[in-house]
Design a protein around this ligand. Sequence first.
Ligand code: BGC
Ligand code: BMA
Length: 398
Amino acid sequence: MLHPKIQQLLVEQEYYLTRPNRPTSFYNGIYTRWSHPVLTRRHAPLIWKYDFDMAANPNAQERLGINAVFNSGALYKDGHYYLVARVESNDRKSFFAVAESASPVQGFRFWNYPVALPDVNTDADTVCCPETNVYDMRLTAHEDGWIYGIFCSESKACSPGVSLSDACAAAGIVRTKDLRIWERLPNLKTVSPQQRNVVLHPEFVDGEYAFFTRPQNGFIDAGGLCYGSCADITKPEITEEKLVSPRCYHTITESKNGAGAVPIKTDRGWIHIAHGVRNTAAGLRYVLYAFATDLREPWRVIAKPGGFFLAPYGRERVGDVSNVAFCNGAAVNERGEVAIYYASADTRLHVATTTLDLLVDYVFNTPPDALRSTDCVKQRNEMIAENLTILSRENAAQ
Ligand code: BGC
Ligand code: BMA
């Protein structure tokens, strides 16, 4: 028999999981925001948290709590949406779990077991200890036929003299055909000592596996969104990283930036949804920005709207790490509908829906950042002047 409290929780969770979602009134003509997050800690199956054995758990206490469900890789395949979410338990360790739905905006359910991620480098070397934490998987359906997951593999730094919080970040690589059985490949090697926010491009470029990288000297100090490639993904090593999207003073990427979703292919170019970070008196603020790169030379930026594409809004601003919007997955269906999965405040996962056409309009027709207040006002005044002419024409016609 099940504990009555567990029975009640199961009923309540079912109500929550089947709750319909609806668009909000938020408008910018670029994407639709939805009322409810698509994944939260309340989506975590109760069997992950409670021991259902009445004798062992007579008070129906949570034994292994789940704190947050956020930054998720995404994939659309055969009419279904798959999310590989970052699930963070009460002990601060994250793990990956697959949630599936036939709809991009509602009805996501986790599979019974989290991803069994094969372990690597369990022997400490002289610089980095064995992997401690994993997070932020990007899912790439590659033209070689595999689905790859590139994620951050974090470990404690262990050279002599380091502080308790010194850490190493590397890009972990796994691949699968069915999201159930995962093969682990060696962590990506690059010239720079650390990496976070690495994304595998879905197509070969000049016969090589192409990556968007984010070189960093230490665990935090980061050097812009870059590009590099390697011939053999089973021996993943990038020997040269080209700068694609630099950090820039007094813009949304001043402190850090990095790739987000796997680039989205359109007729006009690859559309990238990345993140930019600036510092404030209240701590770091993470927003999403977008740009396009050339179809044949995916490292070459061909359009770059100014400012953010999406920033934490209203209640999204509140959570464990407030003022963070973060995206590591988007899914595109055969009708050109795009679901952008973004997390807020490192706490829960939302969706913004749009289309390839609307994204192309946004990326190619939004003016670039004019970089100085005076020039920004000039840029705005040109639009205001044209608008006033249009308005007076309208008024005269009435
Ligand atoms: C956290 C990440 C964070 C990173 C850099 C990690 O330990 O798990 O969420 O992005 O540190 O601050
Ligand atoms: C990072 C990311 C995310 C996280 C963000 C804000 O650098 O890799 O995991 O959402 O910080 O805390």
